[in-house]
Design a protein around this ligand. Structure first.
Ligand code: NAD
Ligand code: UD1
Length: 332
């Protein structure tokens, strides 16, 4: 298939491009580079030994994006382009609603206009809010506590309506749990600007002695060791889930959890990181972070049943690959 990957120079997008090419698909990337760099294209070339068509375009700009659809006959779109910093979304809600919701409208509108029949969307486990774990796709979505989460819930709603109104337009909504790790080459990975907000990149910076210690946000949650539990998933497993989702897309609208189904606490992750990489990660217990929930993990059975997809990599693989990327390629 010929597939348009929006946000394809970003963290999950770039890993998915590699897996699409490994599976013999043709890829075109559109990204406005707001949170990624053109250097990723060189790394992708090194990993895949392919030239990949790239357009620096904002996906909210229909006029600029339309010629790409006109000039390429896409079989499918994977729409990763979006802003993802939860805290920033609280401070700049309009940016988030504008960028994330409008890009979904523009890209799906062009897909319809140019008869692209398959559409895969990056959603998030955040749409489940705080309810009983494990989260399963049939659960009602709860209002999230931040504009970022709302943009994901709104985009899901929009795409559901579009799929219902257009019988040949098939949509897969993928709800990611906590993507971490990096490609085994160490050439691509998660490279947040400034001080990271998320756990794994923060742990990597502490291990590298770029930051003094990790602040663990609370050890009084109702969990076995009191620290928050999440379903960390290796980004390469996640990327492979996208390949299967687009290849096997049959129904008008499908929703899949992409997670391992295993909850891991903050302390367990820190200890796994120290053990597998033989490094020290000093930490302090501090106040809970506002908006955090105690536990989030997936019931991933539906993706296995329908797509034959299952996460293969362990928390040790995730920590090892995150450290490899940090050591070699993160000089900031
Ligand atoms: P990322 O920031 O690394 O990648 C997103 C890419 O989209 C970036 O390269 C950015 O430059 C680009 N982009 C943003 N707005 C754009 C626009 N209007 N036009 C064109 N390009 C644009 O983030 P990621 O972690 O790879 O996430 C990819 C998608 O998955 C996002 O939609 C994100 O919300 C979603 N998601 C991510 C996570 C996570 O933890 N990483 C979890 C759940 C869902
Ligand atoms: C964050 C986002 C969420 C998004 C998800 C996946 C927030 C509030 N939520 O979720 O919307 O879908 O990423 O990308 O940002 N922790 C620490 N110290 C740190 C950082 C994190 O103890 O310095 C803890 C957190 O309290 C949590 C766990 O580590 O228990 C994971 O945190 P994080 O990596 O930020 O992901 P989420 O909060 O799950």
């Amino acid at each position: 298939m010929k597939i348009l990957v929006t946000g394809g120079t970003g963290y999950i997008g770039s890993h998915t491009v590699v897996e699409l090419i490994n599976a013999k698909h043709e890829v075109v990337i559109v990204d406005n580079l707001v949170n990624s760099s053109k250097d990723v294209l060189d790394q992708l070339k090194e990993i895949t030994d392919r030239h990949i068509d790239f357009y620096e375009i904002d996906c909210t700009d229909e006029k600029l994006l339309e010629p790409i659809f006109k000039n390429h006959q896409f079989d499918g779109v994977i729409h990763f382009a979006g802003l993802k910093a939860v805290g920033e979304s609280v401070v700049m809600p309009l940016n988030y609603y504008h960028n994330n919701v409008l890009s979904t409208i523009v890209v799906s509108n062009l897909a319809l206009k140019y008869q692209v029949k398959k559409f895969v969307f990056s959603s998030s486990a955040t749409v489940y809010g705080d309810q009983e774990v494990p989260f399963v796709e049939t659960m009602n979505l709860l209002p999230t506590t931040n504009p970022y989460g709302e943009t994901k819930a709104m985009s899901e709603r929009i795409l559901r309506d579009v799929a219902h109104a257009n019988k040949d337009f098939k949509v897969s909504l993928l709800r990611y749990f906590n993507p971490v790790g990096a490609h085994e080459s160490g050439l691509i990975g998660e490279a947040p600007n400034g001080i990271p907000n998320n756990l794994m990149p923060y742990v990597s910076r502490v291990a590298k002695k770029k930051l003094e210690f990790l602040s663990i946000f609370g050890n009084d949650y109702d969990t076995p060791d009191g620290t928050g539990i999440r379903d960390y998933i290796h980004v390469v497993d996640l990327a492979k889930g996208h390949v299967l989702a687009i290849e096997k897309l049959k129904d008008s609208i499908e929703v899949y959890n992409l997670g391992t189904g295993q909850g891991v606490s903050v302390l367990e992750l820190v200890h796994a990181y120290e053990k597998v990489n033989e490094v020290k990660v000093p930490y302090k217990i501090v106040e809970r972070r506002p908006g955090d929930i105690a536990s989030s993990y997936a019931n991933p059975n539906k993706a296995f049943k329908d797509l034959g997809w299952k996460a293969e990599k362990t928390i040790f693989d995730m920590c090892k690959d995150a450290w490899k990327f940090e050591k070699h390629y993160q000089e900031k």
